[in-house]
Design a protein around this ligand. Sequence first.
Ligand code: AMP
Ligand code: DBH
Length: 536
Amino acid sequence: MTDFTPWPEDFARRYRQKGYWLDAPLTRGLEMQARARPEACAIHCGARAISYGALDRMSTALARRLLARGLRPGDPALVQLPNRAEFFVTFLALLKAGITPVNALFSHRALELRSYAEQLRPKLLIAARSHPLFHDDHFATELRVRSGRLALCLFLDDPDPVQDLAAWAAPDGAEETLPLPRIDPGAVAFFQLSGGSTGTPKLIPRTHNDYDYSIRASAEICALTPRTVFLCALPAPHNYLLSSPGVLGVFHAGGTVVMAPNPEPELCFELIARHRVTMVALVPSAVGLWLEAVRGGLAVPESLALVQVGGASFAEALARQVPEVLGCALQQVFGMAEGLVNYTRLDDPPERIFTTQGRPISPDDEIRVRDGAGRDCAPGETGHLWVRGPYTFRGYFRSPAQNATAFDAEGFYHSGDLVQRDDEGYLRVVGRVKDQINRGGEKIAAEEIEALLLRHPEVVQAALVSEPDPRLGERSCAFLVLRQPVRPVALRRHLIAAGVADYKLPDRFAFIDAMPLTPVGKIDKQALRAAVVPVS
Ligand code: AMP
Ligand code: DBH
């Protein structure tokens, strides 16, 4: 599937000349580690320790069996797995086979999965029996219809070996007979998910070359080594956990990944102590929980040296507490699944680490901070962040209308973030123009939820806006104009029935007689945010 907007030739040439794009497959790092240090531990997952050699063999076995079943390079796949080692076995296997997956978050429900199935028309589904939608085969059957060409479904923890993922990934030597295909590193490796601001979740094509560069460079910036032990306690498919430097960065450096189901402090501290974890990636709301836990008497095990924080805006007052209370170095990370990632550097002065969200990975990340009229902002002034570079995408998958507004004529992606840039190129995220709510790092496209609310027979108008939340940073509030009174519980039920992920359910409903309007007659969300309304 080559449905993606390539970088113009002159850019591609420059990115190769400068050594960013190596024309090697994304699995190269893993394969090198498996050859050099096959016995070294790649992943701790529950009681299992999986070596680099085993990870390489399992992913090869799965790749070969999928190809033997008739799947072909370029075929799309839909994957939804929890934070378990099998997610990485699967992802690596698909990369080796040239099958291009979209990795849905485990919190995604019918609405999101249907949309991915309709956009990508996957030939392969890999999901988990532990997910409520896959306890039985009803939903998989529905996806088969929506895709129109789903040829194979495998499940994590399926009792039947014919469709049990672990059985498909078990090396037995026989699969060695079928060669793996040659991968085109300029081609799409997989689709990343956009937090989005419009109705349908958008797919972001990421190539082997561009993703590999962002990972290699991130591993270097974060000084990863074979002694790095990284705790993966946020959803593994998220761009942050996968690539900033994330699990793929750790594999590149030959370190060890420890899987955690969630960032809950008691559980994480126990894993950190048991495996001598050195580094963790968190969102601000999780840092809040960790700080509280330490104040409540829990101790952070001393092996932990670095806490990364990103995904949502991190209050300076909390940032200052990280070294003091957790006893670790802090790194701020500001990234996006579309590409650009910024880091504070490990040797930056503390003030810069506390007060900025870092600077871009690459000298060739071209950043523009522009005011509403498109003029360059002076250092320190607030403006819109536009970006283009060696690992920032050039177009959403099959979304011409969206691409026409998300990119300008020069190929800059308009991120929708409001930032300030200082003299040395460090960015501070100060706001947002995109119609999105950032609920503790989980992004909600307002339009998606509004459209669902409008399907309720009593809803006349709907507007989803953010409001401050002490724990999450932001939570969502749905302002509604109704025909007849409806109780919040009924509205929530309506959204659940539509199949929306739990984190997208409005935290609060507010009922008003009429929407405030802007001079051109659009719903005035700024006025809604400022409005004092009765709590429901
Ligand atoms: P997504 O497009 O879903 O990958 O989300 C990326 C968006 O998350 C960015 O465009 C920002 O709006 C937000 N974001 C990520 N990291 C940070 C951060 N450190 N501080 C503030 N916002 C962030
Ligand atoms: O929020 C994000 O999408 C994000 C945060 C930190 C990201 O994609 C990343 C680092 O790579």
